[in-house]
Design a protein around this ligand. Structure first.
Ligand SMILES: [Zn+2]
Length: 279
């Protein structure tokens, strides 16, 4: 198995836009404009993502990180130009697996151990014992101006809550909104990390609901699910209702144990919203 097209699954979302999947779980998107391409997120970083991307597009590539959790920054060190929300950029411009919080430092090791225990392999030329998420230099995303691709400009928006500087990236041409970890279907919505905020998350989901109603996007793509469109976007209404009830203390929850300690788990639609227990 090679570390490029064998390791990653590539699919077409719309013309000039590719979905790239690592391990059937960690999604990235490559958006090609006439003079620049943007790669949204970089997975867990086992494969040779740069090689794959260079085969798919002709133009220079800017990596945009929706946020700096470990499973979005994995292969960022392979690229020359990486931008991220100023909120998640350390003073020295250097991002590592623990720069936002040390809660994620153990995740690459755990992932590798579990992946192999589940009878999967690494690419032939990648030694699982050597696998790590390498630190890299990044620059602040051009929040006000957006990022010109030649034929159009991608817009950046802050959608915090899951992480403090979580970005949404809107392609006004294809009307696709790249939402990172803003929603998950059928698995946990984590609002329990250092820098997570339920109030901020509620505001972000309300913003998405308004943009949907205003017709600013037709498709919401996220990092760990298939793209959502049409009636599927009604999940934003259920989620917003649920978040209001959680914020008001009116929603039932279960106490569960997670990798990150004890949490309150609220069933909302098909997902569980996970928060830190309030003390
Ligand atoms: Zn995340």
């Amino acid at each position: 198995m090679n570390a490029t097209d064998d390791w990653y699954d590539v699919s077409r979302v719309v013309d000039g836009t590719y979905g790239i999947d690592e391990c059937d779980k960690y999604g990235m998107y490559l958006v090609e404009g006439s003079s620049r391409a943007v790669l949204l997120d970089t997975g867990v970083g086992v494969g040779a993502l740069r090689g794959l991307v260079d085969d798919l597009v002709e133009t220079p590539v800017t990596v945009v990180l929706t946020h700096t959790h470990w499973d979005h920054i994995g292969a960022a060190s392979q690229f020359d130009e990486v931008v991220v929300s100023p909120v998640e950029l350390p003073g020295d411009g250097r991002i590592s697996v623990d720069s936002i919080s040390d809660e994620f430092a153990h995740r690459p090791r755990e992932f590798a151990r579990q992946w192999l225990a589940d009878d999967n392999a690494f690419p032939d030329d990648v030694d699982p014992d050597e696998y790590t998420v390498e630190a890299f230099e990044a620059a602040p995303a051009p929040m006000a101006d957006g990022l010109p691709l030649g034929d159009r400009t991608l817009e950046f928006h802050h959608l915090p809550g899951h992480s403090p500087g979580h970005l949404g990236v809107l392609d006004p041409e294809t009307r696709v909104l790249y939402g990172g970890d803003i929603v998950h279907v059928d698995h946990g919505l984590y609002v329990l990390f250092e820098g997570s905020s339920l109030d901020a998350y509620l505001e972000s989901v309300a913003t998405l609901r308004d943009w949907r109603d205003d017709g600013r996007f037709d498709v919401l793509v996220t990092s760990h699910n298939e793209p959502l469109a049409g009636s599927e976007l009604s999940l934003l209404d259920d989620l917003l209702d649920g978040l209001h009830e959680i914020a008001d203390g009116e929603r039932e929850y279960e106490v569960v144990e997670t990798t990150w300690g004890r949490a309150h788990s609220y069933r909302v639609g098909t997902s569980n919203v996970l928060t830190k227990p309030t003390v």
